[in-house]
Design a protein around this ligand. Structure first.
Ligand SMILES: Cc1ncc(COP(=O)(O)O)c(C=O)c1O
Length: 410
């Protein structure tokens, strides 16, 4: 186990490039992280030596490809302390949530209730609104606190005997706030409802014991955890998956098809209709092994230090003028390394464009969280999001560039 940010950085070929004459300071990791050699090589190796379709073929390449695909599932399962059967490969968080909204959602009756929050990414709102329109369910929203956390005090009043599912963001892609899962799981289960978590922003930050956490469903994307695009995971407890009707129909998810009827394959394949993203799954397997190879507690301290440096630096730039409004927890406790802020009189897109001129990659806009923006009376924010390969130089480049952008734009 090791943790040396400079050595880690050297493992990412894209971080060696320049942008507009400056070293690349990539601070858009909440949107997509970059991939280390270990992942790129695993994908290349698979595509150049073992590429074939999975599950049915009996020739050598088909068997090797199937083994690599199932091995990747095993690596992800180990990362989550879960069983392989509980890991369903999807194309990302969005498709994992849509799977649940269809498969579980189709078992809901008119008047059944789903609770989400004002902190959610659109991908954890729109599928439930579509379910509301399809099935006549009632969709309720937990409010957010001034610190950009889900207001858990409001949960008791929203839970009823009709609540079937509560689906919440584990870590916000805007405020970085981390949900206290244990504080809500028991209450939700007490009314007979299930808990789903959107883990898109949690997974880059190390393995954890998912089955004991209290969630029943968990969704995430590979491209936010050093893996390729086009791969993600839905995890759910085995006993829940066994009872869940399939979502999409097609090849790979059946046992037998006659003109009259189809019998479905066992889990997890029942939920993986069609040719899956095979090389991408192999890449995800390599990514989780790469994350596991890091010293987790030093990685966490490194990111907390960088987050603190960003928060302090923004406060210093503000010079008490009230120009910079932070959106999120004031400290680094129970938050991941995502820092959002707005600057009075400066549009986030203009800030991002000016910072790009210094090689700093940021994200500006509503971050697919328009309800949250409404709560704070904003149309958008500028967001810096950090990964293990970021350094103090990246944060300082952000602060120096922002200082100049503020002088020019306000
Ligand atoms: C919290 C959160 N949920 C869901 C998503 C959607 O992920 P994907 O586009 O990979 O499906 C994102 C992406 O930014 C996210 O940050």
């Amino acid at each position: 186990m090791s943790f040396d940010p400079a050595a880690i950085r050297a493992e990412f070929p894209i971080l060696q490039r320049e942008v507009r004459g400056h070293p690349l300071h990539y601070l858009d990791n909440a949107a997509t992280t970059q991939m280390p050699h270990a992942v790129l090589n695993a994908v290349h190796d698979h595509e150049t030596k073992h590429r074939a379709n999975v599950l049915r073929g009996v020739h050598t390449l088909a068997e090797e490809s199937t083994e690599a695909y199932e091995q990747a599932r095993g690596h992800v399962a180990r990362f989550l302390s879960a069983r392989s059967e509980e890991v369903i490969f999807t194309s990302g968080t969005t498709s994992a949530i849509n799977l649940v909204a269809h498969s579980l959602g189709n078992t809901f009756a008119e008047g059944d209730e789903v609770i989400v929050s004002d902190l959610e990414h659109h991908s954890n709102i729109v599928p439930w609104q579509m379910l509301r329109d399809r099935k006549g369910i009632v969709l309720k929203f937990l409010p957010v606190t001034n610190e950009g956390r889900i207001d858990l005090d409001a949960l008791d009043a929203l839970l009823t005997a009709r609540t079937r599912l509560v689906s919440l963001v584990h870590v916000s892609n805007v405020t970085g706030a981390e949900l206290d899962v244990r504080a809500v799981a028991e209450k939700i289960h007490a009314v007979g409802a299930k808990l789903m978590l959107d883990g898109a922003q949690r997974m880059a930050h190390g393995p954890f014991d998912l089955p004991t956490m209290g969630a029943d469903f968990y969704a995430f994307s590979g491209h936010k955890m050093y893996a390729p695009n086009g791969i993600g995971v839905l995890w759910a407890r085995q006993e829940i998956l066994e009872d869940l009707p399939p979502f999409q129909g097609g090849g790979e998810m059946i046992l037998a098809v006659t003109r009259e009827k189809t019998t479905f394959a066992a889990i997890p394949h029942r939920f993986e209709a069609g040719t899956p993203p095979i090389a991408q799954a192999v890449g995800l397997g390599a990514a989780v092994r790469w994350i596991e190879s890091l010293d987790q507690s030093r990685a966490e301290s490194h990111l907390k230090a960088l987050t603190g440096r960003t928060l302090d630096g923004l406060a210093t730039l503000d010079k008490g003028r009230g120009l910079i409004q932070m959106l999120g927890p004031s400290g680094t406790q129970a938050r991941m390394p995502v820092v959002s802020f707005s600057v009075n009189g400066a549009h986030p897109h203009d800030i991002c464009q000016m910072l790009d001129g210094f090689g700093v990659a940021l994200r500006g806009g509503h971050h697919c969280a328009q309800i949250l923006m409404d709560c704070f009376d904003l149309t958008g924010t500028t967001r810096a999001s950090l990964a293990v390969y970021n350094t103090t130089e990246d944060v300082d480049a952000l602060l120096t560039g922002l200082d100049q952008a503020i002088s020019r734009l306000t």
